[in-house]
Design a protein around this ligand. Sequence first.
Ligand SMILES: Cc1cc2nc3c(=O)[nH]c(=O)nc-3n(C[C@H](O)[C@H](O)[C@H](O)COP(=O)(O)OP(=O)(O)OC[C@H]3O[C@@H](n4cnc5c(N)ncnc54)[C@H](O)[C@@H]3O)c2cc1C
Length: 344
Amino acid sequence: MVVDCMGHRSPIALQQRGGQKPDGVCVQVGCCATADGFAQWGQTGDFFCTAGDASAGGPSGRARVQHFWQAFPTSSDEENERSTYMFTYLKPSPEMPSLVDTLEAFWTALPGYQRLDGREDPLAELNVSRVVFGWFPTYRRNAPLQPSFDRILSVGDASAVQSPISFGGFCAMLRHLPRLRSGIDLALRSDSLSRDELALLAPYLPNLSSAWMSSAAMTARPYNDRAPPSPIVNQLLEGNFKVMSELPRKEAITFFRDVTTLKTLTAVLVGQTLTMATLLPSVVAEIGALEIGEFGLHLMMLAVYTGLHTVSPDEPLPATGEVSGEDYRRSCYRDAWRYGSGLD
Ligand SMILES: Cc1cc2nc3c(=O)[nH]c(=O)nc-3n(C[C@H](O)[C@H](O)[C@H](O)COP(=O)(O)OP(=O)(O)OC[C@H]3O[C@@H](n4cnc5c(N)ncnc54)[C@H](O)[C@@H]3O)c2cc1C
């Protein structure tokens, strides 16, 4: 059996996708640097922050781009050293800003975001020790990636199991490791290595699919003319954070950890509908009826998976020796309900 863990540019994964274009891309740039002005932030950090509204970007200005920021103190003893990142969600097309454009925008906006802009030449004050840049794709369809061949299974970024909101592929892999470890063990012990049998280890996950809606609302897409500036992402986020601040802390933290469960998603949706009703028509226009309809189906499946997980008892299997194909399949279904409902 081959386990493909060659990341999102894995030749095996690309071959299986047959030229499928990603539905979303997160472009992330940043740096680790020291500057006198950073000391003002002490040990505080920003987890998810905006410093302005969405505005025109890309070569023709037809992409409406919302930049998000993160900033953290580093592990060094120097209190004026910080890691700062800027990222943006894009729907891939030639109208979108490139990685280089995004890095240029980062240097331009960094002094404003970190309040260094009162200084004579804020960028000259930066002593940069490291620059980071990268991009990650997400797929609305065929995620996690279904095996196309017998005996080949994709894991990690190659399988596109990462969330379309946080794009945290490393954390997604850690989260799915127990499921994959026991699933691969049972597949080998039951000799269930055909394409269809391995597909049970890359199951439909309604919580992953329903997370698409949140990222769709923040994703830059091309407009026919120069994109007008828009506060819609900030308004949505402000409303969302207000709703979350009123949720029980446990629920809010679940949501912040990018775990979609029926309970948290319903609470946020009800809160949004009650408090942000006037914003909803523009959000629907921005996202599109088709994606909203699909979201409704995933939400329904999230409820079904939550119910199935709740009523399905654990059936521990022997730790060694052969198991039957039936045991393997039942275990995969139980895992799919558990992980797909966010209750893992
Ligand atoms: C700037 C940036 C910030 C990030 N921040 C976070 C974060 O905060 N939280 C988080 O959870 N995730 C984060 N990620 C994502 C995270 O790094 C990835 O999701 C994770 O590394 C995926 O692990 P992987 O093992 O699946 O793939 P990779 O780490 O990409 O490993 C794939 C390996 O396969 C090798 N390889 C590729 N092709 C071949 C080949 N043909 N032959 C042989 N070897 C090959 C590559 O060299 C590489 O070593 C970030 C990524 C970037 C770029």
